[in-house]
Design a protein around this ligand. Structure first.
Ligand SMILES: [Zn+2]
Length: 349
């Protein structure tokens, strides 16, 4: 391949990182290229990374309290107040809106494939808004409509903690994804509401029972935006062969997560991890799902990357490794963008 492929990516945590940032104006820093971390606009443009699913995410309370106490109304509490939960999610939505408004046309929140295609043509960064963990909807269900009107088109109802919607997933190693009870009735209702809005439903942080509950009611292509193959890394967040077969059956897809702990056979948080391991997961998933059902779900700005892929500017090294492992140009194009466009098109139509 002589030209750099366009990359559309199933998962990143930029909005949460901007919210946690202590910089005076992190939105400015992102747009003008001086923001530390895995991503900023200039590096994205240089890497041919045209965007993807951007997560609105409530970080664990202990993490915020220990590392960013200035972000809390009262750091002596033991958990977020309901109002804080709502405010944090609203603040991350507002950050996405600011990115668009202040980028001089370079960043666009997208709600359709036509808009994403236009971004590709005009070399704009495409933001598809995704919600990871829906706790604030347990507090104020009517906010689903408000966020939808603001562009939210993808939802992972559960994260690793228990909520009104289900048990969440205990991301331990080595462990099967079967870590607790499935969806509650409220969780099932939320899936139905999102299905009726034709939103993407993400199973990446679901335990196995919630996964099967979702499959039963979703009636649309099922997507794991940032998970890997359990056969290669027995982390509970990864997908068993049976789950992969069900995703294939639903005409859905899996985005491969670049976090070393979800890649390595030993599950260690060791950044000395060869990029071949990412290619191993891609190849395994392609083997089980077919080449139209696998993409990237990097988890940039929310994960521990291999040293050889220290930030987005090193994505070309991964592409080279895929070429060395005899991925054709056509297959690389599918994995790096086309499969995501196709699954979003199927779900949103
Ligand atoms: Zn995640």
């Amino acid at each position: 391949m002589n030209t750099q492929p366009v990359i559309f990516d199933g998962h990143n945590d930029l909005l949460t990182r901007l919210w946690l940032s202590s910089a005076e104006d992190p939105v400015h820093d992102f747009i003008y290229g001086t923001l530390p971390g895995h991503l900023d606009l200039k590096r994205c443009q240089k890497a041919g990374w045209m965007g993807g699913l951007f997560s609105i995410f409530l970080p664990p309370y202990a993490y915020v309290k220990n590392n960013h106490p200035d972000k809390l109304v009262n750091p002596s509490h033991s958990d977020f107040t309901p109002q804080e939960i709502i405010d944090i999610c609203r603040a991350q939505l507002a950050l996405a809106q600011q990115l668009q408004a202040r980028s001089d046309g370079q960043i666009q929140i997208c709600t359709s494939i036509a808009q994403i295609r236009a971004c590709q043509k005009n070399q704009q960064l495409a933001i598809v808004l995704h919600l990871e963990g829906a706790e604030f909807l347990a507090i104020k269900p009517e906010l689903l409509d408000v966020f939808y009107e603001s562009g939210l088109r993808s939802i992972g109802p559960l994260w690793n903690r228990k909520s009104l919607f289900g048990d969440g997933l205990n991301a331990s190693f080595p462990h099967s994804p079967d870590t607790g009870s499935g969806l509650t009735n409220q969780g099932k209702d939320l899936i139905l509401s999102c299905r009726n809005k034709r939103m993407l439903i993400d199973v990446s942080h679901m335990n196995e029972r919630a996964f099967w509950d979702t499959l039963e009611i979703a009636d649309q292509p099922i997507v794991a935006t940032h998970s890997n193959a359990h056969a290669l890394c027995q982390q509970a967040r990864n997908l068993t062969d049976r789950q992969l077969a069900a995703i294939k059956q639903s005409d859905g897809m899996v985005g491969v997560n670049f976090d070393v702990a979800f890649l390595r056979a030993d599950g260690q948080r060791n950044t000395q991890t060869s990029l071949d391991v990412i290619v191993d997961h891609l190849a395994y998933l392609i083997d089980h799902l077919g080449e139209d059902h696998v993409g990237f779900g990097s988890d940039f700005d929310g994960c521990l990357l291999p040293d050889d892929l220290s930030d987005i500017s090193r994505l070309e090294v991964l592409i080279e490794r895929m070429q060395q492992r005899h991925f054709s140009d056509q297959l690389i194009e599918k994995v790096t963008s086309k499969n995501w466009f196709s699954v979003l098109n199927k779900i949103w139509h």
